[in-house]
Design a binder for this molecule. Sequence first.
Ligand code: SF4
Ligand code: SF4
Ligand code: SF4
Length: 395
Amino acid sequence: MRNHLQVIFLPTNKCNVNCEYCFEDKTDDRMTHDQLTSVITKLLDFMDGAHIGSLMLHWQGGEIMTMPVEWFEKAFDIIEKLADERGKRIDHGLQTNMIAYHPRWNDIIKKMFGNSVGTSMDYPNLYRKLFKGGPDDYTKVWMRNVQAAREAGIGVGVIAVTNQRTLELGAEAFYSYFVDELGITNFQVNTPFPGGEDNTTKEDIALENDGLARFFNELTDIWIKRGYGKGINLSPVDQIVARFSNEPNSLPCIWQSNCADEFIAIDARGFVAQCDCWVTSYPEYFFGNIFESDSLADLLAKSPARKAFLDRPLAIIDKDCIECDFLSMCHGGCPVRTYTYKKTLNEKDPFCSFYKQLFRHTESVAVGLLGNRSLGSRHPNVSPELVAALLTANG
Ligand code: SF4
Ligand code: SF4
Ligand code: SF4
C-alpha cells in the first residue's frame, strides 16, 4: 500500500433501486457515528503502524444517498478531527446512483467530495431499474438529476457496464450517447460479471471476448479521433494508451499487480473484504470484522481469505500467464471476474482474450501517437486513416 491507503467504504448496505445485475446482497444496516469513529480510529492506527500518510475513502453503498445529508456533515467533522490529531490526510470520493440526489446535497459534495461525484449508467440501460418502474423510468430520473447536479457546478463521472445491446449498437452510438448527448467528459467502461445471488439476468449477461474486443477497439479509435487531447477521459482505453506511450497513467484495479495490495472494503456491519464486489456477497471471503477486532493490521495478517488473494498471482501466473506479452500490465486480471465465472480464484481472468486484443490494439494506437512509422508498420491493426488521424492529433 506504499504511502497511501484506499478504502471502499459502505456506511450503508441499503439501496433505493433494484438493478437486476447488482452483485451486492443488500441489508438495512447503516453505520452510526460511534461506529464510524471506531472504524476511522482503527484505520489511523493501521496507517501509523504501516507508516502510511494518507487515506482515500471511496464512499458508496448500497446507495450512499439513502443516508441523511446531516449524517455526512457530522461524519466529515469527526473524520477531520481524528485525522488532524494524527497528522494524517483523509480524502473522499463519492459513488452514487444519483436517484435520490437533491440540491441539499450540494454543500457537502463541495466541502467533502471536491465537488464531484461518480455515478453509473449503461447504454442502453437494460438492467438498472427503480423498485416501481422499468429501465426507462430509471434513466429519466437519473438524467434529470445528473443535469441538475451539473447545472450546480458538480463534476459527474460515469461508469458504464457493457451488455449485449451495447455491442450490437456499436461504439459510435455508445460514445455519441455519453459525450455528445449527455455531455459527459469523464467515463469508464466495465465488463459485466454475475456476482452475488444468481438470477436469470446474471445467467444472460456474459459477453464473448471477441465481441468485447471489437467494441473496445472501435471505441479506442473513436476516442482517438474525437476525444483525445480534447478533455475526454475514457477509461480504461485512455489509461492503456498512456501506459504504452510512457505517460503517467492509472490502470484500473483489474490490472494492478495485485488488487489485494491496493484496497480493502468495509461495509456497514463492519465486515472487511477485498472490495465492494465481495464485502456484502461472499461471507466465505470476508477478511474479518473491524468492529470485533482491536487491530486492522492483525485482522488482515491473520485472514486466510486475504492470503488467498495475496497468493493468487503466484498460483496463476506460472500456469496461465507466464508466456503472455502483457503480463506486466495485466497480472492475470480480476479475482472477482474469475471467481464469479469459474468458481475459483486460481485461474486467469475469463476476459483474458479480450484484454489481449485490446492491449495489442491500444499498443498500436500508442505507437501511432508517437509518430513512429517504422514501428507502426509492424502493427497492421491500425488503418492508414487512423494512422493519419493519430499523426495529426500528435501535431
Ligand atoms: S448496482 Fe448499485 S445502485 Fe444498483 S441496486 Fe446494486 S447497489 Fe443499488
Ligand atoms: S476483485 Fe476485481 S474489482 Fe475487486 S478490487 Fe480486485 S480487481 Fe478490482
Ligand atoms: S492477458 Fe491473459 S494471459 Fe495475459 S496476463 Fe492477462 S490474463 Fe494472463
